[in-house]
Design a protein. Structure first.
Length: 203
């Protein structure tokens, strides 16, 4: 499992501080985090190593490629009721074919660095809090497309989209109104503690 070194984390924290000094509009977005994390990785590399930032967003492939063999996707996300909530690819290209959608999701092999964020208010003002979570896509795979189901809402009406849960307790959902975007709810307790890096608190 690839992880940022202490020097990389220091570089990332310094750049996040600069970001919040310049902008008052809220969190550093995923596409901005991609570039900042790529810069942070380069800060502790020698000249014989290389880091490629691809800037793909929700497109196919990894956002950052390290030395041609480490593929990383950066996701922002949020922590909600003990779960890390992440969004992923838009899958409308598969024409509602749940089997093909599942095959596509399950073949992903890159690792993920998720950077959930929240704000806090205290006597010193508002603080911006970022945490890094490392894991690979095995936690996000479904395995069997027949697990996708429709679900009723509280009034018994059918919810939009499809829902499923994998063997790790991760809840997957597909949203047709969002171009069939995939979302995951990952229980924080399935991510090992040593794969959760300290929170960066910026006041």
């Amino acid at each position: 499992m690839y992880k940022l070194t202490d020097r990389m984390l220091q570089n990332l924290e310094a750049n996040l501080r600069r970001f919040h000094e310049l902008f008052q509009g809220g969190r550093c977005q995923a596409w901005q985090l991609e570039e900042l994390i790529a810069k942070a990785i380069r800060s502790d590399f020698n000249k014989n190593e290389k880091v490629l930032w691809k800037g793909n967003g929700h497109d196919i492939g990894a956002d950052i490629l390290i030395n041609d063999n480490v593929e990383i996707q950066i996701k922002s996300g949020k922590i909600e009721k003990g779960c890390l909530v992440l969004s992923g690819h838009r899958l409308g290209r598969f024409k509602e074919n749940l089997e093909r959608i599942t095959e596509f999701l399950d073949k992903s092999s890159y690792m993920i660095i998720a950077v959930p964020y929240y704000t806090e208010d205290d006597q010193r003002g508002q603080s911006y809090n970022y945490q890094l979570c490392y894991f690979d896509t095995q936690f996000l795979r479904l395995g069997d497309f027949r697990k996708w189901k429709k679900e009723p809402d509280k009034k018994g009406r059918e919810k939009e989209g499809y829902f499923a849960e994998n063997e790790h307790g991760v809840r997957l959902s597909l949203h047709p109104s969002m171009s069939w975007q995939i979302w995951w709810r990952i229980p924080m307790d399935i991510i090992p503690e040593n794969n959760k890096t300290r929170i960066v608190k910026i006041i």
